[in-house]
Each structure stands twice: as structure tokens, then as C-alpha cells.
Design a protein around this ligand. Structure first.
Ligand SMILES: Nc1ncnc2c1ncn2[C@@H]1O[C@H](COP(=O)(O)OP(=O)(O)O)[C@@H](O)[C@H]1O
Ligand SMILES: [Mg+2]
Length: 350
């Protein structure tokens, strides 16, 4: 994205906004692993060429001297989860929150409460399960599921009355950290004893072993195909529970017995781009977030676009346009802020 010179007839307000754009500082608050994954150094170089300074925030140091920041991009979900059992992380989070309260003009991408809800699959599936209503025209749905809190005694009854069907996929309630990717496939009521609460039990949907990952950056989104779990015969059977880690299944390089289809099947149509765009628009509003991912599968029988996962600030692997898209989103946030500031300055008392 090249910034063009302001032509001589540019209105004063636009020229003022542009001049305010230079010298903007964007803080990044990411773990070392995430910094490497998104290649933050290369992004910083890219931004420098467009007049935006990228600063790596060190959470362990006082924040005020590291500022000021116009925008902070972060994945503090790591720290939020650790803060549940670790006092040092609690302190880091508290420092960060008090810095944000003292600097209300700094825009946080994305807001902490919005992110926090996605750390809990009970909360994220409540959001996903409402999509079929708001997106009725697009035939978007999420598989039927059950929240398993602690009591397993009524699960068998609930599975049948709540419209779930075997096989079931079992996912931990916590949606963050390495343990959250440990899952199981349960093939009959007799195997429900393999379930460890708290977790979500969800109907398994045959989808031809193709996962569509949608990566959202503000008002742009990108779709990437990944391997996924193979089809299984519908209905209960006496197969033993399969325990697996989802990273074996749906990473770009994943290849396992679980992703190799047992039968030949014609390719499925990709998800409709209009339906995906409508889904992304709806989720942006529902979540109040700009940097997230959605995992979609296509039901092989009904071709229904089925939402199975929402991810906080994903890796954007396979999205070469990520840098320009992120910079453009940051610039639009800054533009909006500058317009508000100059608007307020130009119209005092209004
Ligand atoms: N309801 C489902 N039906 C069929 N396959 C599913 C379903 N839910 C998840 N999967 C498969 O399991 C993988 C991991 O599930 P997901 O909910 O995306 O968890 P994670 O947080 O590990 O990404 C998916 O990429 C997909 O291959
Ligand atoms: Mg996923």
C-alpha cells in the first residue's frame, strides 16, 4: 500500500488529518512466540516505510515511559489465562489495565472483555449457536452441543433430548493453551464415561476432511483451506473413543490417519463468499473485535456452512496480505481517532 502525496486542492481537514498521521506509534504486546509467528520485526520495517512506528511493549517494565501509544495491538489472552493461577501475571495484567485507564485515548486492539469471552468454549458456543438466527438467509449454523459442567449422570439423557447425534466430539471448556487442543471422538453412550468435565460435547459433522479457516483483519477477511478430520459413519457404534490433539489435524502441515478419507468422495463446493462475508460482519458486531479467526466446515449432506470455532488473534498463516491489511486497519483506526480529535478541536463547545 503506497501512500500518495496530498494534491494541492486537498481540503484542510483532510490535510490536517494526514499530517497528524505521521509520527504515530503503535505498541505491540505479544509473547516471544507470537512475535516470531507474525514476524513482528518485518512488520515494523513495513510500517516504518509508511510513517508508523512499531514499538515492542515489555509488560514487565513500567508502561508509561514506553508510551505514548496511539494504538496497542496485543494477545494478552495468554496473560489472562495465566493470571488465574499466577500472581505475577495478575500483577502484569493489573499494571496494563491501569495504564489503559490512565490513557483513554489509546485504542486497544482488541478490547480485553471481548477477548476473554473467547477463552471459554461455553461462552463462544453460545455466540456461535445464535448465528443461525441472525444469518438465517445464509443457512449458517453451528453443531448442536452440550455444556458439561461437572455432573455426568444426566449426560446420556441430555444427548438425546438436545438433538445431539453420535459420533460426538469432546472439547475442553478452556479454549486456550496446549491442553485445550486435546480432544476426543466418542462413538456411543457407553463411552461417555471417557468425558472429563468441564467440557463441551458437540455433534460431529461429516465435512470431507476440509477445514476453511477465515482470518479477519478489520473489514477485510481471507480464507485458507486446511486438512481436517475425516468422515465417520453416522450413528452410534461400538468403536473405542479416539483421543487426539487438534494440532495433529488442522495445522497446514498436519497429516494423520484421522485426516485421510476412507472413501472417495466428490469435492464439496467452497463456502459461498457472500455467506462468509455476512458471517464475518455479524461476528465483528457480536464480538466487538477486529482481529480474529473463524473455523468453518461444510456439511457433506446439506452443504450448510457450519461454524465450529472462533479464534483470538490467529496466526494468519497462508495470508500473504496480512501486513498491508493490518497496517491499513491500524491506519483507519488512527484516521477515525484523528478525525474525532480535529473535529472536536474545530468545533469547540459542540
Ligand atoms: N463439530 C465438528 N465436526 C467435525 N469436525 C470437527 C468439529 N469440531 C471440530 N472439528 C475438527 O476438530 C478440529 C479442532 O476443533 P476446534 O474446535 O477448531 O478446536 P481448536 O481450538 O483446537 O482449533 C477442527 O479443526 C476440525 O478438524
Ligand atoms: Mg480451530
Amino acid at each position: 500500500m503506497e501512500r500518495s502525496e496530498a494534491p494541492t486542492h486537498t481540503p484542510l481537514s483532510v490535510a490536517l488529518t494526514r499530517s497528524l498521521m505521521s509520527g504515530r506509534r503503535v505498541g505491540f504486546c505479544l509473547s516471544a512466540k507470537k512475535r516470531r509467528r507474525v514476524n513482528l520485526d518485518a512488520f515494523a520495517d513495513f510500517c516504518a516505510g509508511h510513517g508508523v512506528e512499531v514499538v515492542e511493549i515489555d509488560l514487565a517494565q513500567p508502561l508509561a515511559p514506553q508510551g505514548p501509544f496511539d494504538v496497542i495491538v496485543h494477545k494478552l489472552s495468554d496473560v489472562i489465562v495465566e493470571a488465574e493461577h499466577d500472581s505475577q501475571s495478575q500483577q502484569l495484567l493489573a499494571n496494563f489495565q491501569s495504564f489503559m485507564s490512565a490513557h483513554p485515548s489509546t485504542v486497544l486492539l482488541d478490547p480485553l472483555p471481548a477477548m476473554t469471552q473467547l477463552l471459554d468454549r461455553f461462552a463462544s458456543y453460545r455466540i456461535m449457536s445464535k448465528l443461525h438466527k441472525s444469518l438465517r438467509d445464509w443457512r449458517v449454523c453451528s453443531p448442536p452441543y452440550l455444556e458439561i459442567h461437572s455432573d455426568l449422570s444426566s449426560v446420556q439423557h441430555a444427548v438425546t433430548t438436545r438433538g445431539l447425534s453420535f459420533p460426538l466430539i469432546c472439547k475442553t471448556r478452556v479454549a486456550h493453551g496446549s491442553l485445550s487442543h486435546e480432544m476426543s471422538l466418542i462413538f456411543s453412550a457407553g463411552s461417555l464415561a471417557d468425558v472429563h468435565a468441564p467440557c463441551v460435547l458437540q455433534s460431529f459433522v461429516n465435512h470431507g476432511a476440509v477445514l476453511h479457516k477465515v482470518f479477519v483483519v478489520g473489514d477485510r477477511h481471507f480464507c485458507v483451506e486446511r486438512p481436517s478430520l475425516k468422515n465417520f459413519p453416522s450413528g452410534p457404534c461400538d468403536r473405542k473413543t479416539i483421543f487426539f490433539n487438534s494440532h495433529q489435524v488442522s495445522k497446514p502441515e498436519s497429516s494423520s490417519d484421522l485426516t485421510a478419507l476412507d472413501e472417495q468422495m466428490p469435492g464439496l463446493p467452497p463456502p459461498s463468499s457472500e455467506a462468509v462475508a455476512a458471517l464475518v460482519r455479524e461476528l465483528r458486531v457480536q464480538l466487538g473485535m477486529a482481529l480474529f479467526g473463524v473455523d468453518i466446515i461444510i456439511n457433506i449432506h446439506t452443504h450448510t456452512l457450519t461454524v465450529i470455532d472462533i479464534n483470538i488473534f490467529p496466526g494468519y498463516e497462508g495470508v500473504p496480505q496480512f501486513f498491508p491489511a493490518l497496517l491499513s486497519h491500524i491506519e483507519s483506526v488512527l484516521d477515525e481517532q484523528a478525525t474525532q480529535t480535529t473535529g472536536a478541536a474545530a468545533t469547540p463547545g459542540l
